[in-house]
Design a protein around this ligand. Structure first.
Ligand SMILES: Nc1ncnc2c1ncn2[C@@H]1O[C@H](COP(=O)(O)OP(=O)(O)O)[C@@H](O)[C@H]1O
Ligand SMILES: [Mg+2]
Length: 405
């Protein structure tokens, strides 16, 4: 056997192991896709599910540096739509725009040189398809690699538990934030550190978005830019239809005051003020604030309003800081590792409060190290080296009280 056959079999074997280990269809597909990407040295790929009502296809999981959340195909349209409709794989080992202009247009901003698209379906239903794009070295996929991708589609279909309920679609609200080509560099003398290298991300009204990634990959930097605490070096950041990339300090201050609530790992409460006084301090700075009593009731601390920070647990202090963020009735809450300093039980108390706030319509963007919190999110964005790397739309949302670590 030549070496490409050997590596193809190895990839398939690894994919099979990953699929067998998975406990849900989504996990099986995602893990299988990642194994194939790694082995074929592909740049990206996506799993597309068909909407049960109108058969429109939307990506629910992808590896790419762009946000594909709003992309969709109809059956028959583009490689994805054709594969879904005909249940025949398509291979473009050497891709040109003339082969499939639709797909190029819909893979927002990504130039495709090579692509493989395979169906996945249960015994009775077409569920969608799986797409692989571009070799990392700019070359083309081989026929052996295309065979592996096809077999991966079949394995995924076999992994499908017929009893698994296909969950309702996520119907995102309108886009309230657009981040395009955002970079952030720090210059110290002659040394330029590129922290963000071109982030493209949309944020949808009312969603719970989790940002994950290794320490130092730029999560806090991104959060600070979208929170109006920092400027990008280049690129565009738009919120509620207004551009803020080059905004003056004054406009950024207004933007933060009118729209954004912040929660950090450290609670930053005034030690010499009780819970209620800590909130009242904020009330004087914002127009139309919530009452301190109401905010404390929302975070279940109505009984603790006269306690000083030193008289409360870490979880209770963090809930006071959430109440403080709620005082200005923000449309968006940005939380940077809010449970990192808390133990399991108090983390769940804090997340339970956040779940309730999101359910009432507040958009939440949370940076965390904790993979388990992803189960609560509408979308999970994994960053790597200053870029978006992987996005999951969560079709099986858990409650805070279901999380275990
Ligand atoms: N003022 C600065 N000057 C130089 N480098 C910085 C500065 N602030 C942050 N960085 C670097 O930017 C990178 C990303 O930081 P950060 O966004 O805080 O990462 P994360 O939150 O993902 O851990 C880190 O390597 C950090 O050292
Ligand atoms: Mg950070």
């Amino acid at each position: 056997m030549d070496t490409s056959m050997v590596s193809a079999y190895r990839a398939l074997n690894e994919a099979q192991t990953a699929i067998a280990r998975a406990s849900t269809l989504d996990e099986a597909l995602q893990e299988g896709l990642k194994v194939i990407l790694k082995n074929c040295k592909a740049e990206g790929g996506a799993i597309w599910y068909a909407n049960k009502d109108d058969n429109s296809l939307r990506p629910y999981f992808w590896v790419a540096t762009s946000d594909l959340t709003s992309c969709s195909h109809v059956p028959g349209e583009g490689a994805v739509g054709r594969v879904f409709k005909n249940q025949q794989s398509e291979r473009y080992l050497n891709f040109t725009a003339a082969n499939d202009p639709m797909t190029v247009a819909d893979f927002a901003g990504i130039d495709i040189t090579s692509m493989i698209c395979v169906p996945f379906s249960s015994k009775y239903n077409n569920l969608g398809c799986i797409q692989f794009i571009n070799k990392e070295d700019g070359g083309f996929f081989t026929n052996e690699e295309a065979d592996v991708c096809e077999m991966m589609g079949m394995l995924a279909a076999m992994a499908l538990d017929e009893n698994e309920q296909i969950q309702p679609e996520w119907n995102p609200g309108k886009v309230i934030m657009r981040v395009r080509g955002v970079t952030r560099e720090y210059t110290n003398g002659d040394v330029v550190t590129k922290v963000l290298k071109g982030v493209n991300l949309d944020v949808y009204e009312g969603e719970f978005l989790v940002l994950l990634g290794e320490s130092g990959c730029g999560k806090s930097t991104l959060l600070n830019i979208i929170g109006g605490m920092d400027h990008p070096t280049a690129g565009s950041f738009e919120c509620f239809g207004e551009e803020f990339a080059d905004a003056t300090q004054e406009r950024l201050t207004d933007y933060r005051r009118d729209n954004i609530g912040f929660i950090f790992q450290s609670y930053n409460l005034m030690p010499n003020l009780n819970a209620k006084q800590n909130l009242e301090l904020i009330a004087s700075l914002v127009p139309n604030p919530m009452s301190a009593d109401e905010a404390l009731d929302i975070v279940n601390l109505g009984q603790r309003k006269y306690n000083y920070p030193s008289q409360m647990s870490g979880g209770q202090q963090q809930r006071v800081s959430i109440a403080r963020a709620l005082m200005k009735r923000p449309r968006i809450i940005l939380a940077d590792e809010p449970t990192a300093a808390l133990d399991y039980t108090t983390s769940i108390e804090v997340l339970d409060v956040m779940e309730r706030i999101i359910a009432e319509g507040t958009t939440m963007i949370m940076v965390t190290h904790n993979e388990e919190i992803c189960r609560m999110a509408d979308r999970v964005v994994r960053m790597r080296g200053g870029r978006m790397h992987e996005v999951t739309i969560n079709r099986h949302k858990a409650h805070a009280t279901d999380l275990v670590w």
